[in-house]
Design a protein around this ligand. Structure first.
Ligand code: AMP
Length: 218
């Protein structure tokens, strides 16, 4: 069973790698942010509570997130494994997750940390452009993510725009917050010998994917 945790700062290419791994190994990509948003869209009582917490910029309680996660990872499509994204976010969640894996008799799994330096992440972030019409996302710094025709969406031919939430100030805050909040987690998994670190540097998505596969197949 391949259960894999992805830890990655903003702009490290986690979304691209998750998609590639998911297709290669036929395992789902589980983002806890998405799980929570689905619950909100369902309009349940729980969804209403979650919406309030997220809108205030807080973390959802460990109890809620663990219940949702337990349901998700025991679903049929997770039998061969899954990629976990956005969980665990704290040391407490990591310990809860360890117990959950033991209880379900699942493998301990592995943790892949995509290590990107802040300057490169900043450059990638401010070069990110989106299509305001269909939501497609591009990046002028990454060959695989450039639009085929300059400033034009490949999918719908609409003119592309810079993402206005990708300013350098917002980026700096998001990046620093992420690094601070994951330091303990990374240390925790390093001590357990479950951590694999990939240096993103100027590598292509395909080169990084080769490294990811080597780790998973090991
Ligand atoms: P994300 O899409 O990962 O940025 O998550 C969006 C929001 O969902 C976060 O700001 C949190 O409020 C909540 N959230 C996502 N994952 C977790 C988690 N593991 N623990 C608690 N709250 C979470």
């Amino acid at each position: 069973m391949k259960n894999i945790i992805f830890i990655a700062p903003p702009a490290a290419g986690k979304g691209t790698q998750a998609k590639l791994v998911s297709e290669e190994y036929n395992i789902p990509h589980i983002s806890t942010g998405d799980l929570l948003r689905e619950e909100i869209v369902n309009g349940s009582e729980l969804g209403k509570q979650i919406k309030e917490v997220i809108n205030q910029g807080n973390l959802v309680t460990d109890e809620i997130i663990t219940d949702l996660l337990r349901k998700r990872i025991t679903a049929k499509d997770c039998q061969n494994g899954y990629i976990l994204d956005g969980y665990p976010r704290t040391l407490t969640q990591a310990k809860i997750y360890d117990n959950l894996l033991k209880e379900l008799k699942y493998d301990k799994g592995i943790v892949i940390f995509f290590d990107i330096n802040k300057d490169l992440a900043a450059q990638r972030t401010i070069n990110r452009i989106i299509c305001p019409n269909c939501g497609s996302s591009y990046n002028l710094l990454i060959d695989e993510l450039k639009p085929q025709k300059e400033n034009t969406c490949d999918r719908c031919q609409h003119q592309l725009h810079l993402r206005n939430d990708d300013t350098i100030e917002i980026f700096n805050h998001r990046f620093d917050t992420y690094i601070n909040s994951t330091k303990d987690l990374i240390e925790y998994y390093r001590k357990l010998n479950l951590l694999y670190c990939i240096k993103v540097e100027e590598k292509s998505a395909q080169q990084i994917f080769e490294e990811v596969k080597r780790i998973i197949n090991d």
